[in-house]
Ligand binder design. Structure first.
Ligand SMILES: [Zn+2]
Length: 321
């Protein structure tokens, strides 16, 4: 059997990046730029490649019922996702408001964030939701509880990449010195030593193997060195490194390839201000070049791996473990 690959794309709005980089409030007119401008580019590329993917959705961005403000924009976002679901893509839960500190909030808040996003996604697809990804890669026992109660098949938040963690800690420390604190939160370091292949976690300790009814599908890191194999890092890496990381992933039976909506944004065409571009190297690459690189990456994936959705991988892992 060929190894399996699942491509997923987290639809974090531009506000998330303003928060991470401590830039204050984002320009209001860019509230929906990722879903309105970047998502269609991503969807077009996936369709050309014949790829079905998993979209991790922040519930509030597509909740056309609960918001008076921007109702039309949110309805249009929901409509885009409905069309993707109709063609075979999966919609996953990425919380309702994307709080980076969700793992540190009360169990009630966690349950509500998950339930509210779940409600909106079910209204769009008329189907049960199977998967969740925590904001900021930080999964907690309260999240597993809420997911298990809703009958979810999988969580896909564990990102066992110590190098990424160290880089994030350094940036956060630098911003603190500049008195411009980052809205990001350091993940529980125990997650860095979590298994890097799919596993059934312990309900009380998601970073360890156990007996949970749902499975954990960790985000891709290379074997041994645990270098992140995610879209944003591969897009900015020199071609030789990109090839080496992908070749290393071929040693794994499963490649959980994570992208972000912003990977498909174009600073100039989408009107993203220089203050954010200064902090996001990927935004300095024109969209034509990013699409060409992404297209080459996806061709390589398709040549080596059988590409399925995370929900399908989770169903198989549940049977096997
Ligand atoms: Zn996110």
């Amino acid at each position: 059997m060929r190894p399996r690959c699942a491509v997923s794309i987290d639809l974090d709005g531009i506000a998330c990046y303003y928060r991470i980089h401590g830039l204050g409030a984002h320009p209001a007119e860019l509230e929906h730029v990722i879903l309105e401008r970047a998502l269609p580019r991503a969807a077009k590329l996936f369709a050309e490649k014949g790829l079905r993917v998993t979209w991790f959705v922040v519930g509030r961005d597509v909740d056309w019922q609960a918001h008076v403000r921007d109702g039309a924009a949110r309805a249009a976002n929901a409509d885009r996702l409905a069309k993707l679901h109709a063609r075979g893509d999966e919609l996953g839960n990425h919380s309702y408001t994307h709080p980076y500190d969700l793992a540190r909030l009360s169990a009630d808040t966690v349950a509500e964030e998950i339930a509210s996003c779940d409600r909106v996604l079910r209204a769009i697809t008329k189907r049960a939701v199977h998967g969740f990804r925590a904001p900021g890669y930080d999964v907690s026992p309260a999240m597993l509880d809420a997911l298990a109660q809703r009958g979810y098949r999988y969580d896909s938040s564990v990102f066992p990449a110590p190098g990424y963690y160290a880089a994030k800690a350094a940036v956060m420390a630098a911003l603190a010195v500049l008195r411009r604190p980052s809205g990001a939160v350091l993940t529980n370091p125990k997650l860095l030593a979590a298994p890097s292949e799919p596993y059934r976690p312990a309900m009380s300790a998601p970073w360890r193997r156990g007996q949970a009814p749902l499975v954990e599908l960790p985000i891709a890191v290379t074997p041994w060195t645990r270098i992140p194999a995610i879209g944003t890092s591969l897009l900015v890496a020199p071609e030789a490194i990109r090839r080496r990381v992908i070749a290393a992933m071929a040693q794994r039976p499963f490649f959980n390839f994570e992208l972000h909506g912003i990977d498909f944004a174009d600073a100039e065409k989408d009107g993203i201000p220089g203050e954010l571009v200064a902090h996001q190297p990927d935004l300095r690459i024109p969209i034509a070049e990013k699409l060409a690189r992404m297209s080459a990456i996806l061709d390589e994936l398709k040549a080596t791996w059988e590409c399925v959705t995370l929900g399908e991988v989770a169903a198989a892992v549940q049977l096997a473990h």
